[in-house]
Write a protein that binds this ligand. Structure first.
Ligand code: URA
Length: 233
């Protein structure tokens, strides 16, 4: 395997950043300075700044653009369609990281890496998630500011959120909202709290990582850069 890919898979840095480390002479293979583009195998001893690089267990990571009409569980007791049915054959024992409602679309990560799943979903880490929201009618500054400041759900204020209106027409308003919690039906309930009904909801970003152009219902593997980004969020 190419040395930069190997280092990235061991969690050292992104491939490009690993090339830089190699260029700076900080990477050694069996005691001699590594060169860009060389191949290494399991038998080689690779060090960065003198510390031996350890191969982590290989995990799997996928990104799905979830369509509405699917539940985010491994098995549904009401026999509805589950997101697991959209995974490619041979995806392995991966599970969805966090949840999207039955009616919500968009970015959903699957992995068998329990550490990453825990980090991305633990409330104390306040990982931001951005949603495209479509509501009926318009929304005023007073409501927007209430949503930004935090609204009360289940007796507790939501964290501050970032919101911007991205499009309006006679019937609908589209907005982007970024929240840092994952409470049950949080975005829908936040808008209900200011008297607005969501007719379309799609997660479009986790941290700064966008869903991009993945088609609705499709799944792809995460790139090394994306895995590195998420594991270091
Ligand atoms: N907020 C919601 O209301 N629903 C989701 O699926 C995700 C965030």
């Amino acid at each position: 395997m190419r040395i930069n890919k190997y280092l990235a898979e061991c969690g050292i840095a992104s491939r490009r950043a690993c090339d830089k480390l190699i260029g700076e002479g900080r990477v050694k293979v069996n005691g001699r300075a590594a060169s860009l583009g060389e191949d290494v195998s399991e038998r080689d001893v690779v060090t960065v700044d003198g510390a031996q690089v350890e191969r982590k267990p290989v995990h799997r990571y996928f990104l799905m653009n979830k369509p509405k009409g699917y539940v985010c569980t491994v098995k549904d007791d009401k026999d509805r369609k589950t997101v697991m049915q959209l995974l490619p054959e041979g995806a392995g024992r991966v599970f969805p990281v966090g949840r999207l409602d039955f009616d919500t679309e968009g970015m959903l990560i699957f992995t068998d890496d329990g550490d990453l799943a825990f980090r991305l979903t633990h409330p104390k880490n306040e990982i931001s998630k951005t949603y495209l929201v479509k509501i009926e009618g318009s929304i005023g500054d007073a409501e927007l500011n209430r949503l930004r400041a935090g609204v009360e759900l289940d007796g507790k204020l939501t964290n501050k959120s970032r919101i911007k209106v991205v499009a309006t027409d006679k019937k609908f308003t589209k907005l982007h909202i970024t929240v840092t919690e994952g409470r049950n039906r949080q975005v829908r309930r936040m808008f209900e709290a200011v008297g607005k009904h969501i007719v379309f909801l799609k997660r479009i970003k986790i941290g700064e990582m966008p869903l991009g152009s993945l088609e609705r219902g499709k799944v792809r593997k995460l790139t090394q850069e994306e895995i590195f980004y998420l594991t270091n969020l």
